[in-house]
Write a protein that binds this ligand. Structure first.
Ligand code: G3H
Ligand code: 13P
Ligand code: ZN
Length: 307
């Protein structure tokens, strides 16, 4: 059933769990998420980024997600991830996205707020949920931990931001990062900051980006069949569950699915030299991603929560 992020996340907050937002740019990944949602009886958020749109085409991607969502009874939303401008947001709403993110976190506070307000006014008039970002996710290339903390979300600014923009959900920076190389040392999320943000923004929903755990079994499989991923490190699962207990209700996952897909394809091609039908190895990629998504649904507590 196609629905909005706000409906999915409000139910999650009330039920004390979080929902995974899984990014797609192809059919196999969407099927993995859809089958996992059905088998786990879990809600799911399907994310599409501007670069996924460039790769797969806006209408093509929107239509396949809508077909999936409408063919299952579990709540599923179609969400623009990291939208950068009003034009992209408008195009996505026009083809049926039920939720949009405007990521103006690279802009100055007032500019971020001004663009976010424009998105809220457009999206809310069309019944579409809005997520915005304050603070910036920075990876290991951006310096040592103390330097990266300068980019973390400021709780007082967060309060002002949500009050003045009327967004539905806020993506925060508390120590996660995009991609498979999140930290040289064991990542440690700033839970004190998360608590302070939650206290100040109250009912505004909280989103954690860059939350892949980069599980060793995926890295081992990919590496065994030729991948070079040394130094890959994700967010430990216990820290994800702690973040959920402190009020995070949407958790973005892309890297773990990419790694699972690539590892499975590498293995299938290496072990079946005569394979030439792409379906034979894409099926294995789909099954491996499905297992990853199901694991996330159990970890986030969204399994059996579809209503
Ligand atoms: O934050 C989102 C992604 O993990 C990066 O996605 O390569 O489709 O822009 P992208
Ligand atoms: P990961 O790179 O940790 O999977 O994060 C994905 C994300 O935040 C997409 O918006
Ligand atoms: Zn993200």
């Amino acid at each position: 059933m196609l629905t909005t992020n706000t409906k999915i996340m409000s139910a999650a907050i009330a039920g004390g769990y979080a929902v995974g937002a899984f990014n797609i740019s192809n059919l196999e990944t969407l099927w993995a998420i859809t089958e996992a949602a059905v088998e786990e009886n879990s809600p799911a958020i399907v994310g599409v980024t501007p670069s996924a749109i460039k790769y797969g085409g806006l209408r093509h991607l929107a239509e396949i997600v809508k077909v999936s969502a409408e063919s299952i009874s579990q709540p599923m939303s179609l969400h623009l991830d990291h939208g950068k401008d009003l034009e992209t947001v408008r195009d996505c709403i026009d083809v049926g996205f039920t939720s949009v993110m405007i990521d103006a976190s690279h802009l100055k506070f007032e500019e971020n707020m001004a663009l976010t307000k424009e998105v809220v006014s457009l999206a809310h008039s069309r019944g579409v949920s809005v997520e915005a970002e304050l603070g910036r996710l920075v990876g290991i290339e951006e310096g040592v931990v103390e330097e990266r903390e300068a980019f973390f979300t400021n709780p007082e600014e967060a309060e002002e931001f949500v009050q003045r923009t009327d967004i539905d959900a806020l993506a925060i920076a508390i120590g996660t990062a995009h991609g498979p190389y999140k930290s040289r040392i064991e990542p440690k999320l700033d839970f004190t900051r998360l608590k302070a943000i939650k206290d100040r923004i109250k009912d505004t929903l909280i989103v954690l980006h860059g939350a892949s755990s980069v599980p060793p079994w995926i890295i081992e499989k990919a590496t065994k069949y030729g991948a070079e991923l040394s130094g890959a490190k994700g967010i430990p699962e216990v820290q994800i569950t702690k973040a959920i207990s402190l009020g995070v209700s949407k958790i973005n996952i892309d890297t773990d699915l990419r790694l699972a897909f690539t590892g499975a394809v590498r293995e299938a091609l290496a072990t079946s030299p005569k394979a030439y039908d792409p379906r034979s190895f894409l099926n294995q990629a789909r099954d491996t991603m499905k297992e990853v998504v199901k694991g996330k649904m159990r970890l986030f507590g969204s399994s059996s929560r579809a209503t």
